[in-house]
Design a protein around this ligand. Structure first.
Ligand code: NAD
Length: 296
């Protein structure tokens, strides 16, 4: 049993912490939201009065927070209070620069602290079912200590490289996802105009070179993939607001590193328009309705 502090018990962090408890670990949690704390208490966590109190006796600290500024603020608060040798893991999706800063802040403390950036793919369903994919960045000793803990919350844990590599993998993956969803949506909209049924296009593309996750697992039209959000009024799933967040992180990283990502930039613009039209809370595959409404 490992003593784990878990900070950020929201839609993702709450069920992830519950899976650690289910696996036999002792979890002390903290969240600014009383409702999230109540839920975690019901799941078997102890709730601390502050972030610093939560981490004092922990061997491992996990954070699952909205953005880089929250992570840096929480890590600034907790680093002076963690024990010698503590492993800190940030599972939030944040910008690469903030992730690197968190690693540096940890190293500057000395005291044999270890740090890992380990964002996830798989959404709320994956968090509940412990089927997340973790993409980790950090030194090998940090990864080796984290791997048995992370594997209780996910089905796959990949060591992507040194500090920041987990966040880099996450935004590259989600840039593929945003672009591919738009590509699949455009193909269905064009097929409709050409008199092609959704099922016919699906049957061909899902077994041809157009095959991809956005088509075969998350099909943006109702019918061919019964479990996709298109069959459920485009309820998330993965909200358009989070897709836009990740596409913006990819664009920030592209700008900072000098990478050319023209389709990533276009996808970010389209998702910004979709969000601004009041669809932040819709599943990101709902972009097909927005595309259908555009003039050709
Ligand atoms: P959420 O808003 O449900 O949860 C974040 C929690 O952090 C909230 O409960 C909030 O009260 C808490 N919080 C904020 N500042 C805090 C502080 N200073 N101290 C303590 N608690 C604080 O968000 P979420 O959906 O759980 O997402 C968390 C992270 O996971 C984000 O970075 C998101 O991009 C990423 N992510 C989300 C999904 C998804 O499908 N929801 C999928 C993959 C990755």
């Amino acid at each position: 049993m490992t003593s784990i502090a878990f900070i950020g018990l929201g839609n993702m962090g709450g069920p992830m912490a519950a899976n650690l408890i289910r696996a036999g670990h002792s979890v002390t949690g903290f969240d600014l939201s009383p409702a999230s704390c109540d839920q975690a208490r019901n799941d078997g966590a102890s709730i601390a009065g502050s972030t610093a109190d939560a981490v004092r006796d922990a061997e491992v600290v996990v954070t699952m927070l909205p953005a880089g500024k929250h992570v840096l603020s929480v890590w600034t608060d907790i680093l002076p209070s963690v024990k010698e040798g503590t492993l800190l893991i940030d599972c939030s999706t944040i910008d690469v620069e903030s992730a690197l800063k968190a690693h540096v802040m940890t190293r500057e403390q000395g005291r044999n602290l270890l740090s890992l950036d380990a964002p996830v793919s798989g959404g709320v369903g994956g968090a509940r079912g412990a089927t997340l994919t973790f993409m980790a960045g950090g030194a090998k000793p940090a990864f080796d200590r984290a791997e048995p803990i992370l594997s209780k919350m996910g089905k796959k844990v990949v060591h992507c490289g040194e500090a920041g590599a987990g966040q880099a993998a996450k935004i590259c993956n989600n840039m593929i996802l945003g672009i591919s969803m738009i590509g699949v949506a455009e193909a269905f909209v064009l097929g409709e105009k050409l008199g092609l049924s959704h099922q016919a296009l699906f049957d061909v593309a899902s077994t041809s070179s157009g095959q991809c996750w956005s088509l075969t697992t998350y099909c943006p039209v109702p019918g061919p993939v019964p479990a996709s959000p298109a069959n459920n009024g485009y309820k998330p799933g993965f909200a358009a607001a989070l897709m836009l967040k990740d596409l913006k992180l990819a664009q920030e990283a592209a700008l900072g590193s000098g990478a050319s990502t023209p389709l990533g930039a276009e996808a970010a613009q389209l998702y910004a328009l979709f969000n601004n039209a009041g669809h932040e809370g819709d599943d990101f595959s709902g972009i097909i309705n927005f595309i259908r409404g555009q003039k050709g």
